[in-house]
Design a protein around this ligand. Structure first.
Ligand SMILES: Nc1ncnc2c1ncn2[C@@H]1O[C@H](COP(=O)(O)OP(=O)(O)OP(=O)(O)O)[C@@H](O)[C@H]1O
Ligand SMILES: [Mg+2]
Length: 633
């Protein structure tokens, strides 16, 4: 059996780990780098380069230096997130024919999965060389807010790289697994992850070794590089004040400034002040070589960046209020991500939570270590906790009248499988279309469509009789598959949810908020649709009756029914739901009365006729699925 590794595939940096004995160890590059820049590039000679080497040409060859690809995973070109990313990168992204994105590097176009796969191949090679063994499979971590499309994209990237991805787990969960025994009791744990490009705060409920992410929010555009940017701006202002060459700096000089800014920022986490020195940084206004040397204190730097730290604190408060928890309800605050080493971050967290955050394990390595431990747990080498995550949004199907039947509620622990029984809408309907949706709105059309499939070959039967069992399965990686089965014939159809363009956690939040705001409107709209559909159906039946069976009625009965019909027909523009519902109920009563009249005249007893008490009592629900589309459409 080959070796399994854990991979933290970060926006800025990646980290690899494996299990030695019962302990997770980090795998460093031959140069000794343990935290490897997530950068793929081609150099001036067109050769592919990776990691630290690629980072060195970040500014000088920006067009062919692909960084931050994690933010692009599973996204459509036209999505808001992609458009936002476009403003911030130096390489080219275009739209693929199917709406996905294509990244240009050295004149060739790649999908985000392919770029990630280059990185993963590089990481796998490092591990194989170091361990002198074939890598069998990997556990890869993703942010807790990653949706199905983003998780699948990550898995696909692993597969392209020739890695069997045995599990995708959430980063905060991995961090807590790495802390394992240190979590001395059950309760709520906060994972504060301030990385290179993104910030997340996740609150995880740990109970008897089961980890459940109960809240995860953050900012996809807040991380270490923003702290660097503040320092770069400060340096540029200083150069300007010196009347140095600030407006004529070449790319080489900018690259040097960028590197020095990050270095100084890191130094300030350990020292009270730091001195930067950049000799021969172009020429000054008199044409003389310009040397830049400046000292900045930690206090000055904190003053410049406190706004960024406060943005993370705001999100913590939001996260706590979302689950109605107080800071004191949190057992421990675990630090993840290189930027969380900043003393100001620790100081503010101590103030907010009333206790010091925990960073016994290296915040840049802890996620990879948790992933490696998960490999060990899955192989049975390590006896430890079960991992449990939750679905970020509800999943379900569209039913009659633009309704959304939720089958798996948001925040359900995964893996999970749930079924519900549906039926047909028309007599002799032989096809149903399963429209798979994700979201929180009551109206089907207001949710995100994940795809459609048809179940065909249902034996003809009166509407409401067939029993179609729709089953949703969300696996431990958070990936969704759906099947529909006609219970009578056991005929089944299904689909894996296709890539559907990513949702950022902000979008997820928006969806949830939006759903709350629209709940009343949605319910109103659903009622209106139901009443209008009901009116249309009843009108059709009654009009058929008037056409074919009017002889059963006496003159005044016929007149009254006609009056009811013409009144109902006047309601096309009616807006009041009460009036629509009232008309629907009048029509229903009328139709029932007409039935009774016919039956009594034919001499048939009432209870022999009505057949729709047949639907099984054991049926969970009998929502009606919309009629299938014709295959020739
Ligand atoms: N001692 C330090 N003090 C401050 N910042 C640091 C320190 N060490 C590293 N960093 C910063 O941490 C960032 C990288 O963090 P990390 O490797 O955790 O990111 P990542 O996991 O790739 O990012 P993301 O979580 O956004 O995917 C960089 O911006 C780096 O400059
Ligand atoms: Mg990270």
């Amino acid at each position: 059996m080959g070796i399994n590794i854990g991979i933290d595939l970060g926006t800025t940096n990646s980290c690899i780990s494996y299990i030695e004995g019962e302990k997770a160890e980090i795998i460093a590059t031959p140069e000794g780098t343990r935290v490897i820049p997530s950068i793929v590039a081609t150099n001036k000679e067109g050769k592919k380069i990776f990691g630290t080497e690629a980072k060195r040409q970040f500014v000088t060859n920006s067009l062919n230096t692909i960084w931050g690809v994690k933010r692009l995973m599973g996204r459509k070109y036209k999505s808001k997130a992609t458009q936002e990313i476009l403003q911030r990168i130096g390489y080219e992204i275009t739209e693929a024919e199917n709406g996905d994105i294509k990244i240009s590097m050295d004149g060739k176009k790649y999908s985000s999965e392919e770029i990630s796969a280059f990185l993963l191949t590089y990481l796998k090679d490092i591990a194989e060389k170091k361990l002198d063994s074939q890598i069998d499979s990997a556990v890869i971590t993703v942010p807790a807010f990653f949706n199905d499309a983003q998780r699948q994209a990550t898995k696909v990237a692993g597969e392209i790289a020739g890695l069997k991805v045995s599990r995708i787990i959430n980063e905060p969960t991995a961090a807590l697994v790495a802390y394992g025994d240190f979590l001395d009791r059950d309760g709520l744990y906060a994972v504060y992850d301030l990385g290179g490009g993104t910030f997340d705060i996740s609150i995880v409920d740990v109970s008897s070794g089961v980890y459940k992410v109960v809240s995860t929010i953050g900012d996809t555009f807040l991380g270490g590089s923003d702290f660097d940017a503040v320092l770069i701006e400060w340096i540029m202002e200083e150069i300007h004040r010196d009347t140095g060459p600030d407006y004529s700096l070449d790319r080489e000089s900018l690259q040097r400034i960028l590197q020095v800014a990050e270095k100084i920022k890191i130094e300030l986490s350990f020292n009270e002040q730091a001195t930067m020195s950049l000799p021969y940084l172009g020429k000054d206004k008199d044409g003389q070589p310009y040397n830049f040397t400046k000292t900045i204190t930690r206090m000055e730097f904190e003053e410049l960046t406190k706004g960024l730290v406060e943005r993370t604190i705001k999100l913590i408060n939001k996260s706590l209020s979302e689950i109605k928890a107080k800071p004191s309800d949190i057992e421990k605050i675990i630090l993840v991500g290189g930027q969380s080493r900043m003393p100001l971050v620790r100081k503010r967290l101590t103030e907010v939570f009333g206790k010091k955050p925990v960073s016994n394990l290296n915040p840049e390595e802890v996620v990879a270590k948790g992933a490696a431990l998960q490999c060990g747990i899955m192989r049975g080498n390590i006896e430890r906790m079960l991992l449990l995550d939750v679905t970020p949004l509800s999943l379900g199907v569209e039913t009659k009248g633009d309704s959304f039947a939720k089958i798996i509620e948001k925040n359900t622990s995964i893996p999970v499988q749930k079924s519900q029984i549906f039926t047909t809408i028309s007599d002799n309907q032989t096809t149903v279309t399963i429209h798979v949706l994700q979201g929180e709105r009551e109206l089907a059309s207001a949710n995100k469509s994940l795809g459609y499939f048809n179940l065909i070959g249902i034996p003809p039967a009166p509407k409401g009789f067939p029993q179609i069992q729709v089953t949703f399965n969300v696996d431990a990686n958070g990936m969704v598959s759906v099947t529909a089965m006609d219970k009578k014939t056991q005929l089944a159809q299904g689909m894996r949810v296709e890539y559907s363009g990513g949702l950022t956690k902000n979008e997820i939040e928006d969806i949830i908020k939006n759903a709350q705001e629209h709940k009343m409107d949605d319910i109103k709209a659903l009622k209106e649709i139901a009443a209008r559909n009901g009116i249309a159906e009843e009108l059709e039946i009654i009009k058929q009756f008037l056409k074919n069976n009017v002889d059963f009625l006496n003159v005044s009965q016929a007149l009254e029914v006609k009056k009811i019909v013409s009144n109902a027909e006047l309601l096309k523009d009616e807006e009041s739901i009460e009036k629509l519902e009232e008309a629907y109920s009048v029509l229903k009563d009328t139709r029932e009365n007409l039935n009774k009249i016919i039956m009594s005249q034919l001499g048939v007893a009432d209870n022999e006729v009505v057949g729709n008490d047949v639907i099984d009592n054991g049926v969970v629900g009998n929502d009606v699925l919309d009629e299938g589309v014709d295959y020739n459409d």
